[in-house]
Design a protein around this ligand. Structure first.
Ligand code: ANZ
Ligand code: ZN
Length: 845
């Protein structure tokens, strides 16, 4: 018998599948749709390693399964080609990013195809292609027109190595997420998207989603909703009365009678304005200014680190007035308070907040307890740390004796009545810094005119193409390299026709991935037909049909970046009437990492990278696929193991050998062989594999197939039908081998039926992947009936036969109806019938 020649088989079927277009998604009305999506890769220069395709293989298995179940499946793939990773790679290797990216795409595509993934390549997209980014720019313009894209001059995070401004989401602590460099604060002009306008919707609609809990939690924390109050403190100086107020944000208004000082963030506008207005009254002005300078060097993470010693400096000569009791409190500038959160100022309550407690101890500030844990005996303990729980109020004027909860309500009402504050909600989420001072991104389609300000490029002039350029390295001046191309920069104002300049910043790398799942749906003849808000009906029908993405699979590292950004864009597009659903991705799963055999991340640096090319060449794509699905639970990280990989290869070799032996048998020997035990196992396996695939438990699905194979190998004779069922179950995992054997079996069985080898020639090619998914027979999966004993008053008197799925009542009835039992109990009163499941029935008379 010829050996299992994976190379020949895999090449052959990949060609035939491509030619016959079986994976192309057609707009079939009669079938229900299923949209399954992978997080698309940015094509890096190294190509794929064996860890990358774990998720792609999983969606491939799932989409094949769904197709066989009768769904019209959309399973597309594309390239996230703009952005820093691609550009940094290009700079390092001194290749123009466009050339580098295209080369890398070619490599990725070849590798993905070699794995036998069932993508509909006619819908392939590339975020860096002008026909694609035309629409990225178009969506940006819609934000702009609604006032949700605006210019800001606030200091932002700047990576001195990548030479660009970054969004909060691009940081890893206080390091640049891309290159690990410590970021700085730099004031500069930038475009910002008002994602905070969607904070509440982003939070609320999480409950519509079927996502893993950890991701939901991360999104909640990132949005960071806080319900609290704003309070205005008056400002008083020794010599003059001031009109200034200090507004603080607090979640613990109930503690306000314990406020003994105020803290303002060093970057707060109020600090500079107090210094300006009251310079002569702040006695330690020099020191204060020095402190402010120092704090600029620290990152937010350093500043808010709970373990770090807190520093600050008093504004001597300035006092704040607590509106609740008119008491004076000193005012500090301290960098543990952030300018970017709340109001940038805090009422410090050392008795009930740990940071304030430590600060108060250090600077010898009064600690006043106002929440008592020992109510109704208001004996407050001596504190060695802050008491941070709720309790009852003490020393709090008219509010004394209320619970914390009641006090927060009543005090907020009081503030509102006196017009000095009230309830408010704050979010941690910050607006999205959306401009980059880099070359390799979508140009922001705006024009600056001295007369008209920032003006949108006319929609008919989109895309604003990224001009070809020789020197694309970042300048570091805060300007993008595009600023140097005067020919491109100088244009006429679309409004007044006067001289104007193009915006030279580009969009961040996350822009293109905010709508790519829509692009796959509306791609037609290499154009994208995004429906205009005013409605191009035929296109919105497509979006209506395919949205939302039913199942989205990718890495958990995107929890608070891509998945927040894309939800934000989608919600905006929903509000302007472009998309029909509130959320883009209904169900989500995250694959675990595949680590190297040494348990480290696969990386060039460690020299432990395994390429799928090698595995496919030596063992086959089907082996790679089966192994990656079998290696362990899908969401868990796991080490690569060459030995186990070879085990998967053995499994496929055994399948090949067994089915080949059936194919070679004379026809009359394989037909009509029935074996009830094997058939039962077959149906049990259909049930198990079906349920496991549904639940992304691929490893246990494959082990069920292994058990079935063991049994099949033991049979002296096997029916073609059982082989066919086996192959169908295996086909999502090992599509090439299953197809090869399936087609051979088909030829064999039609020879049998028609008796002529000629008739066996197939006229129309029908792939196993277009066959229907096997159904199990409920009756078949039951174990045979079995016997249990019946005791009467402690002695075994009879035996009955029962079936596994009988309910307890039915077993008891059967016991009482037994002829022997009837004799023993006739004329007696039955006191109790006890059934010990699957073991024994006890009758007490
Ligand atoms: C007084 C107080 C008393 C507070 C108390 C807490 C406990 P979350 O829940 O995270 O929203 N805060 C407000 N703005 C701040 C800023 N810009 N930088 C640092 N801290 C700030 O936290 C809100 C609480 O964090 C607020 O409530 C405020 O301290 C502080 F027993 O006000 B609290
Ligand atoms: Zn960087």
């Amino acid at each position: 018998m010829a050996d299992y020649n994976h190379r020949k088989i895999e090449k052959k079927w990949q060609k035939i599948w491509e030619k016959s277009g079986i994976y192309k998604t057609k707009e079939i009305k009669s079938k229900p749709k299923y949209y399954i999506l992978d997080m698309f890769p940015y094509p890096s220069g190294e190509g794929l390693h064996v860890g990358h395709p774990r998720g792609y293989i999983a969606t491939d298995v799932y989409s094949r399964y769904r197709r066989m179940k009768g769904f019209n499946v959309l399973h597309p793939m594309g390239w996230d080609a703009f952005g820093l990773p691609a550009e940094n790679y290009a700079i390092k290797h001194k290749i123009h990013p466009k050339i580098a990216v295209n080369k890398n795409i070619a490599t990725y595509k070849r590798q993905l195809k070699a794995i036998g993934l069932d993508y509909d390549w006619s819908r392939e997209i590339n975020t860096a292609a002008p026909n694609y980014y035309k629409w990225t720019q178009w969506i940006f313009l819609q934000f702009f027109k609604k006032g949700l894209a605006f210019q800001s001059f606030e200091p932002i995070n700047w990576c001195p190595s990548c030479k660009t401004g970054l969004a909060l989401e691009d940081l890893d602590g206080n390091l640049c997420e891309r290159c690990g460099t410590l970021v700085e604060k730099k004031p500069m002009r930038q475009w910002v998207l008002k994602i905070t306008a969607y904070a509440e919707k982003l939070l609320k609609d999480l409950k519509l989603l079927d996502w893993p809990n950890p991701i939901i939690e991360q999104q909640k924390n990132w949005i960071g909703k806080s319900e609290g109050a704003i309070v205005k403190f008056g400002v008083r100086c020794q010599m003059s009365d001031v009109k200034n107020n200090i507004e603080v944000f607090t979640t613990r208004l109930d503690t306000i009678f314990g406020c003994t000082y105020l803290v303002i963030a060093p970057e707060h506008k109020l600090v500079s304005s107090i210094i300006r207005q009251l310079a002569d009254q702040v006695s330690n002005l020099k020191e204060v200014e020095k402190y402010i300078q120092e704090s600029k060097k620290k990152s937010e993470i350093q500043r808010t680190d709970l373990a770090k010693d807190k520093t600050g400096i008093e504004l001597k000569g300035v006092k704040a007035v607590n509106p609740f009791n008119n008491e004076e409190a000193s005012v500090f500038v301290a960098d543990y308070v952030l300018g970017s959160y709340g109001t940038g100022a805090v009422m410090a309550v050392p008795a009930h907040d740990q940071r304030d407690f430590e600060f108060a101890k250090k600077y010898n500030l009064p600690i006043k307890m106002v929440i008592c844990p020992n109510y109704p005996k208001p004996i407050c303990p001596v504190l060695d740390k802050a008491y941070i729980e709720d309790g009852h109020l003490v020393n709090s004027g008219q509010f004394t004796s209320l619970t914390s909860q009641e006090a927060r309500e009543k005090m907020a009402d009081w503030l509102k009545k006196n017009k000095i504050g009230g309830k408010t909600i704050k979010y941690r989420l910050q607006d999205w810094v959306f401009s980059r001072q880099r070359y390799w991104g979508e140009p922001i389609p705006l024009i600056h005119c001295e007369e008209c300000g920032a003006v949108a490029v006319s929609e008919k002039d989109l895309p604003v193409k990224l001009p070809p350029i020789k020197s694309y390295e970042p300048t570091g001046t805060g300007e993008s390299p595009l600023a140097n191309i005067t020919k491109w920069v100088n244009v006429k104002c679309p409004k007044c026709n006067g001289p104007a300049k193009r915006e030279t910043n580009t969009m961040p790398q996350w822009a293109g991935s905010c709508w790519y799942y829509l692009a796959y749906i509306v791609k037609e003849n290499s154009k994208f037909k995004i429906p205009m808000p005013t409605g191009r009906q035929e296109n919105s029908k497509l979006l209506k049909k395919w949205l939302p993405v039913d199942f989205y699979v990718g890495g958990a590292e995107h929890a608070t970046r891509h998945l927040i950004y894309a939800r934000f864009w989608h919600k905006f597009l929903y509000d302007i009437g472009v998309v029909p659903t509130k959320e883009p991705f209904h169900k989500l799963a995250n694959q675990g990492l595949i680590l190297a055999e040494d348990a480290r991340k696969m990386s060039k640096r460690w020299g432990n990278v395994i390429s799928p090319d090698e595995i496919i060449k030596n063992y086959g794509a089907d082996t790679l696929r089966v192994y990656e699905m079998f290696m362990g639970p899908f969401e868990q990280a796991i080490n690569w193991s060459a030995d186990s990989m070879v085990g998967s290869r053995r499994f496929l070799e055994r399948v090949y050998k067994l089915v080949s032996s059936i194919i070679r048998q004379p026809a009359d020997q394989v037909s009509g062989v029935k074996n009830s035990n094997l058939e039962r196992l077959l149906h049990q396996t259909i049930k198990k594999v079906t349920e496991d695939i549904e639940n992304f438990k691929f490893n246990t699905a494959i082990s069920a197939l292994m058990i079935l194979l063991n049994e099949m190998e033991k049979q002296s004779q096997l029916s073609i039908v059982s082989c066919q069922l086996f192959l169908k179950l295996l086909s999502p995992f090992a599509p090439h081998l299953s197809e090869e054997l399936w087609q051979q079996l088909k030829a064999q069985s039609s020879r049998q039926r028609r008796g002529s080898p000629k008739a066996a020639k197939l006229k129309v090619f029908k792939s196993i992947h277009e066959e229907s998914w096997p159904k199990y027979d409920k009756k078949m999966i039951k174990e045979e009936t079995y016997k249990i004993p019946i005791q009467i008053n402690g002695k075994v008197r009879a035996e009955i036969e029962i079936e596994t799925d009988w309910k307890d009542e039915k077993v008891k009835e059967a016991a009482l109806a037994n002829e022997t039992v009837k004799k023993w109990i006739s004329g007696k009163e039955i006191k109790k019938v006890i059934y010990a499941k699957n073991k024994i029935v006890n009758i007490v008379v």
